[in-house]
Design a protein around this ligand. Structure first.
Ligand code: PLP
Length: 386
């Protein structure tokens, strides 16, 4: 058994990252300065989008995308229940209503057929989540969006660097949202980004994150102007200049971080292939996942115990397993507000009962990976009854 707890996710910062932040702390601009644009441009180029707009978190970025999509009272947006609550909350922030559609059994991503059943004249957007870093069925969802005149928003907070049919997440949907929380592929502490190829949406989001004001303080200072106008109701969702310097520096390491995560996932998948009592995550042939999470599913029918027992046993081995996610409609707020009783989304609900996220992050050593594999094999062997 390991001596110390291995977390399920963790950031890696090097001296260059720290120096990049220190340089900004010694400069004139702590909030929106030159590093914001530098980070946004480099990020847009990396994912293959025309525009990138930074936000103070992935949650704020989702709110920006929901605003730019024009979601308003009386509108609906369709999303998956098997995600972090921020994905659906952004719809509520706009006074609109999130509707859920069940997921596919293998990838646990939105099932396009289920989405189609929920579309009505009130629907304005589909918000797909790339669960665990595996892209959603974006072409099928895009076809629905085009046929029904909806916007496709991709919550790629798990999926920076994921590829779908040869293209990177970020340049595919109408708007794609990323998070830079420390457990993600690239971190700015807190932070987020929306990428888009629509210039108008990018402009709207730039204003939305800055109180709805038409220009930025630095532009005014540099042009000697004081005049500004508030043209829409926005928020202060700006990402600081030192966070953007960190993001720009972290971007240099993104390719290496992704390939390390892919190596770890490949080791897990080959170790657990054919192992009775658990199912490794399904991967479609036309994608290259980004592996934010590595969620296995435990099969209580073949084990003397269910997810709670396996989870506790892995924690007792100092493996910092986690669970992603309680389906959103099962949270008390959603249950009370929308009257969900359980049973509405059987695939997501059953998956939730089985899911355990194993540690995966780019800073894991080979020894850490061995520890996880050994602990999983030991615990499953102990509970297995075929
Ligand atoms: C799928 C998903 N969407 C949105 C968010 C929110 O991002 P943030 O924590 O940066 O606000 C997260 C956070 O982990 C997430 O996993």
């Amino acid at each position: 058994m390991r001596e110390t707890l291995l977390p399920y996710g963790h950031q890696t910062l090097d001296d260059a990252d720290i120096q990049a932040v220190v340089d900004v702390l010694k400069s004139d601009w702590l909030t929106t300065g030159p590093k914001v644009g530098e980070f946004e441009e480099a990020f847009a180029a990396w994912v293959g989008a025309k525009h990138a707009v930074s936000f103070s978190s992935g949650t704020a970025a989702l709110h920006g995308a929901a605003f730019a999509a024009g979601l308003d009272a009386g509108d609906e947006a369709i999303t998956t229940p098997l995600t972090f609550c921020a994905t659906a909350n952004c719809v509520l922030y706009q006074g609109a209503t999130p509707l859920f559609a069940d997921v596919c059994e293998d990838t646990l991503n939105l099932d396009p057929q289920q989405v189609l059943r929920k579309v009505s004249s009130r629907t304005k957007a589909i918000i797909a989540v790339d669960y665990a870093g595996h892209p959603a069925a974006l072409d099928e969802l895009r076809q629905i969006a085009e046929a029904k005149n909806l916007l496709l928003i991709e919550d790629a907070c798990h999926a920076l660097g994921a590829e779908y049919r040869g293209k990177r997440a970020g340049g595919i949907a109408d708007m794609t949202v990323f998070s830079f929380h420390p457990v993600k592929h690239l971190t700015t502490g807190e932070g987020g980004m929306v990428t888009t190829n629509h210039a108008r949406a990018a402009e709207t989001m730039r204003r939305f994150r800055n109180h709805g004001i038409s220009s930025e303080a630095r532009q005014r200072q540099e042009s000697g102007q004081w005049f500004y106008e508030m043209v829409l109701l926005g928020f202060n969702y700006r990402l600081t200049d030192f966070a953007c310097a960190l993001g720009r520096s972290q971007l240099e390491k993104l390719d290496a971080n992704l390939s390390r995560r892919r190596q770890i996932a490949a080791r897990y998948s080959s170790a657990f292939k054919g192992q009775g009592g658990l199912t490794p995550p399904g991967v479609h042939g036309d994608v290259n996942p980004a592996w934010h999470l590595y969620p296995i599913r435990v099969d209580a029918g073949k084990l003397r115990g269910g997810r709670p027992q396996i989870f506790r046993a892995l924690r007792a081995e100092n493996i910092g397993v986690n669970v992603h996610y309680i389906p959103i409609h099962q949270h008390p707020y959603y249950r009370d507000r929308f009257g969900y009783r359980g049973g509405e989304f059987p695939i997501a609900e059953r998956a939730y009962e089985q899911l355990i996220s194993l540690p995966i992050f780019h800073g894991m050593s080979d020894r850490d990976v061995d520890d996880v594999i050994r602990a999983v094999e030991k615990v499953i062997a102990h509970y297995y009854e075929g």
